[in-house]
Design a protein around this ligand. Structure first.
Ligand code: PRP
Ligand code: MG
Length: 159
């Protein structure tokens, strides 16, 4: 079955990331943020600004090639976050949970947060903002661009 799509604009991503920061500020203080690259980098920058946090680490896990999931590979482990105690791990979304499982293995004591979550992955996240169904593909603003769409009357006429 073709997936449904949930399109996220830059404005919405900013709003949802700030909503995440409101939830996380109550749970701190945090030693620093570990961003899961690449998708976690932009939410991490927004949350770091709101939490006044200047210590940012990264971990790189490669799981997907476009919409196709493969075996996860750690391309860069975190170096400064120890076992994760007092650290916040941020990603744009959790889908199957494959990526977070790998990072949880590296940082077992960290707090895990994502902006969006699908049901299969949401038990792996400590804090998230918006849940979408498992068969929904989230389209992030960095993966999309606006394009011309024909007027309704014209596309109806061609049916
Ligand atoms: O819960 P999962 O099924 O593991 O899926 C979620 C992960 O997939 C995407 O990353 P991707 O591997 O596409 O890499 P990217 O962030 O570099 O685009 C997304 O940014 C999450 O990190
Ligand atoms: Mg990612």
């Amino acid at each position: 079955m073709a997936p449904r799509y949930y399109t996220v604009s830059w404005d919405q991503l900013h709003r949802d990331s700030k909503a995440l920061a409101w939830r996380l500020v109550e749970k701190g203080p945090w030693k620093g943020i570990v961003a899961i690259t690449r998708g976690g980098l932009i939410p991490a920058a927004i949350v770091a600004r709101e939490l006044d946090c200047r210590l940012i680490e990264s971990v790189s896990v490669i799981t997907y090639d476009e919409e196709v999931r493969g075996e996860p590979q750690v391309a860069k482990p975190p170096v400064a976050a120890g076992d994760g105690d007092g650290w916040l791990v941020l990603d744009d979304l959790v889908d199957t949970g494959t990526t977070l499982k790998v990072v949880r293995g590296l940082l077992p004591k960290a707090h895990f947060a994502t902006v969006y979550a699908k049901p299969a992955g949401n038990p792996l996240v400590d804090t998230y903002i918006t849940e979408v169904s498992q068969d929904t593909w989230i389209l992030f603003p960095w993966d999309t661009e606006p394009q011309f769409i024909a007027p309704i009357a014209r596309s109806a006429a061609s049916k």
